[in-house]
Design a protein around this ligand. Structure first.
Ligand SMILES: [Zn+2]
Ligand SMILES: [Zn+2]
Length: 273
């Protein structure tokens, strides 16, 4: 048994002991947790998390409303990518940002439940696209002020697990955020852009020249943050920049995902998916 397996077993026993003394409820449905493999979520809720639907834009992974969108042009780009081609070569955005994953990411990021890092990374790894490759993995950095407040960078924790899986190094200190921007979640694309202009810098550009970079973040909203990071990296003559996020905010007009959102508490087998 590997050291990691033993550690996992010990953590499992500790969790069960804590639950015995102090019952913990699933953050999504309120059911009492017993031996569920993911902290704070029951297995039933966790199994409702399903990858984003296809077809999607081949550049930014934006799912298309109509399944016919790529019938005659498999390399179809979404309107955003056609009107403003992103600097990154390709983005993969794996799961819809909907409950219960949304609750898991928020608890992980804003409520300090960092024991969710491993299950979230496992989820990310379970849906990795074929042939994903890069020379260096770079997590989207936090500004030091936010890092001090949050005490950890959620993207770094995900990147770290991914690095073990892909056997590629993580560079966590080279790309830095120099501007303390407002939280991005409620801003429009224009406001986000203004906020992020020149917000990133590279400390040791010579280390990244010609390297293929995989940027890692937790949620893709408009892609502005990833695009600004990619712009900063490309200015330093890196090779192509790819982006990977665990989740993506989606337009609820996308019917299958809206159905998932409404019925996220039911196992997918019960709604025929
Ligand atoms: Zn549950
Ligand atoms: Zn696109």
């Amino acid at each position: 048994m590997s050291c990691e397996d033993t550690q996992g077993l010990l953590i499992g026993w500790c969790r069960q002991a804590v639950r015995f003394v102090l019952p913990v409820e699933c953050l999504a449905c309120g059911a009492a947790l017993t031996t569920d493999p993911v902290p704070f979520f029951c297995a039933m809720c966790w199994h409702t998390v399903r990858p984003l639907q296809q077809p999607a834009c081949v550049r930014c992974d934006q799912p298309f409303v109509s399944p016919a969108a790529t019938a005659y042009s498999p390399n179809h780009h979404c309107q955003d990518c056609q009107s403003r081609p992103p600097v990154f070569e390709r983005a993969w955005t794996l799961f819809p940002y909907l409950p219960p994953l949304q609750e898991a990411i928020c608890s992980f990021k804003y409520r300090g439940k960092h024991t969710l890092a491993k299950p979230l990374a496992r989820l990310m790894i379970s849906a990795l696209p074929q042939g994903i490759d890069a020379d260096v993995i770079i997590p989207v950095p936090l500004h030091p002020v936010r890092l001090r407040a949050r005490e950890f960078n959620q993207s770094l924790l995900l990147a770290d697990q991914l690095s073990r899986h892909l056997a590629k190094p993580v560079s966590a200190t080279n790309l830095i955020r120099t501007a303390a921007t407002d939280p991005q979640t409620t801003l429009s694309r224009q406001e986000r852009l203004r906020n992020l202009r020149n917000a990133f810098k590279i400390r040791r550009p010579q280390e990244l020249v010609g390297k293929r970079i995989l940027l890692v973040d937790d949620v893709y909203t408009t892609g502005t943050t990833l695009n600004e990071c990619a712009k900063t990296l490309r200015h330093a003559d890196t090779g192509p920049v790819y982006a990977l996020t665990l989740a993506r905010t989606i337009d609820t007009a996308l019917v299958p995902d809206r159905l998932l959102a409404e019925r996220a508490r039911e196992p997918l087998s019960s709604i025929g998916i």
